[in-house]
Design a protein around this ligand. Structure first.
Ligand SMILES: Cc1cc2nc3c(=O)[nH]c(=O)nc-3n(C[C@H](O)[C@H](O)[C@H](O)COP(=O)(O)OP(=O)(O)OC[C@H]3O[C@@H](n4cnc5c(N)ncnc54)[C@H](O)[C@@H]3O)c2cc1C
Length: 476
């Protein structure tokens, strides 16, 4: 008779948890349990765009893209000014292409065309046909085929610890034992108190909102405190800009907008990837203004074409991006509510948003000059998106980086996804993967596909390692 109820128990059924369960089963472990607090499988992964980063995949090779995991690692390190856990990141990046192929082998359907997720040198973001739900469907089916049990509606309240090792979980008051436990509980975006404490730059009462799943309550942090695990990555994650109008998730700005800092100065290409925008806005006090003119909302018949394709990002698994907040109806309604400012003169608009009239007038005049030249010599926005702000009324709305997409504070892990304790040693029997980890997400979100790659990649690593531990325990 076996000494434990299960070989491996995984807490959470998102991309990280299901990848973990599947990888453990592939190690030959026959008693793998995934415990999920909600009544539906998939967490935030299910709601995601289904874009996954990976370097050196067969899809890249087929598309003639010569990419190497070492380049992903180096770019990741440079982007994050080396302020991430290099060991785990290197191992994850090294297996990222292979993880894409592993997912494909388990029925995840990727489009042949890859995209740039952020500002990387080579396109390495892989788009799943059917988005995040399709990823979860494929992983859940593969888990079922491999005999992994998934228990829904069972929140884990605490970990079972004996002699300094984690030996199981408690759910609904019932203790379930295992040779290894993997925490894959996702982030804490749905928990306002934790956001205020561990992601303070994203927390503005009445502004901040979270676009992920309800289960992202940050239970991993509670487990960490109870077992003496290290946590790291305060104030990291991904915030996107929101004008505070109607909580519409708008990851990218339309190319016809002008983005100004709190001082009224333009500071970047408005079509920049969201991770980069997040960092740029952070460096400017987390406050900015989006300015545009009436032609962008109501283009004259003969100019429609110029405003139609307003996004640099074109994803094969997503309908063309369209403005949500920046539409005529939304803006008209919010001018009436006083949330959007409008004026027939740029100087008057400036006064309405508390900026000196000559500064805003000068900035927009300069921008219109660049548009006339057809080259954004200041910030390099593509000529395709350069349209003048010349049709009154002009509009301005304040934006804040308060749409929380991802949280980056969590359990510190090593390159084998083992959780590290306060004493610097790994906590026997405890592993973690995905958004509940810390030190993997850096100061700048690399781009679309970053977190699912981390969830699936570290999920595989955690599953293999936890499976190995269970095998050793069975042999002992
Ligand atoms: C709208 C949206 C779009 C996104 N698009 C992308 C994208 O295209 N590409 C990308 O890379 N990233 C994307 N992200 C981010 C990415 O989806 C997440 O970071 C990733 O899915 C996290 O995976 P995970 O498995 O760690 O967590 P989750 O998928 O959130 O899974 C965690 C699971 O654990 C469960 N759980 C929590 N606590 C307990 C407990 N105590 N007991 C039992 N179960 C528990 C939760 O209910 C949940 O089901 C997106 C995020 C959002 C919100």
């Amino acid at each position: 008779m076996s000494a434990t109820d299960f070989d491996v128990i995984v807490i959470g059924s998102g991309a990280a948890g299901l990848s973990t369960g599947l990888a453990a089963a592939e190690q030959g472990r026959e008693r793998v349990l995934v415990v999920e607090s909600e009544t539906v499988v998939g967490g935030s992964s299910r709601l995601s765009g289904g874009v996954v980063m990976g370097s050196g995949s067969s899809f890249q090779r087929a598309a003639g893209i010569d990419d190497e995991p070492g380049d992903l690692f180096k770019e990741y390190m440079a982007l994050n000014t080396w302020d991430v856990a290099a060991g785990p990141v290197e191992r994850w990046a090294g297996r990222s292409g292979e993880t894409i192929d592993w997912l494909a082998g388990h029925g995840v359907k990727f489009f042949d065309r890859l995209i740039f997720g952020g500002d990387e040198r080579k396109p390495r973001s892989h788009c799943i046909d059917g988005g995040g739900q399709a990823l979860i469907n494929a992983l859940a089916s593969a888990c079922r085929r491999h005999g992994v049990e998934v228990a829904l509606g069972r929140r884990v309240e605490e970990l079972v610890v004996e002699d300094g090792a984690v030996r199981g979980v408690v759910s609904g008051g019932e203790a379930l034992t295992a040779a290894a436990v993997v925490v894959a509980t996702g982030g804490f975006g749905a928990n306002p108190e934790l956001l205020a404490e561990y992601y303070p730059s994203a927390w503005i009462p009445d502004w901040t909102w979270y676009i992920g799943a309800d289960g992202a309550r940050g239970d991993a942090l509670r487990f960490a405190a109870a077992v003496g695990a290290q946590t790291t990555g305060v104030d990291r994650g991904l915030r996107t800009l929101d004008p505070g109008l109607a909580r519409l998730n708008e990851a990218f700005l339309p190319g016809w907008t002008v983005l100004l800092d709190g001082e009224g100065r333009r500071f970047c290409d408005e079509t920049a990837p969201y991770g980069i925008l997040d960092t740029l806005v952070r460096a400017r006090g987390d406050r900015a203004f989006v300015v545009f003119d009436d032609a962008a909302l109501r283009p004259p018949e003969d100019e429609r074409e110029k405003y139609r394709d307003a996004y640099k990002q074109v994803w094969p698994n997503h309908a063309p991006f369209k403005p949500k907040n920046y539409t005529a109806d939304m803006i008209d309604e919010n001018v009436k509510r006083g949330k959007v400012h409008a004026a027939d003169d740029i100087g008057v608009l400036a006064e309405k948003i508390g900026l000196p009239a000559d500064r805003l007038t000068g900035e927009i005049t300069r921008y219109n000059g660049l548009v006339a030249e057809g080259v954004d010599r200041d910030f390099g926005k593509s000529g395709k998106f350069l349209v003048p702000l010349a049709t009154p009324p002009y509009y301005a709305v304040e934006v804040r980086p308060v749409t929380v997409n991802h949280t980056g504070y969590g359990l510190r892990i090593d390159e084998y996804a083992r959780v590290i304790g306060q004493d610097g040693r790994v906590i026997p029997g405890l592993y973690a993967a995905g958004e509940c980890t810390g030190g993997i997400a850096g100061v700048t979100y690399m781009g679309s596909g970053n977190s699912l790659a981390s969830a699936c990649g570290f999920g595989r690593i955690a599953g293999e390692e936890a499976g190995r531990r269970a095998e050793e325990a069975a042999r002992a």
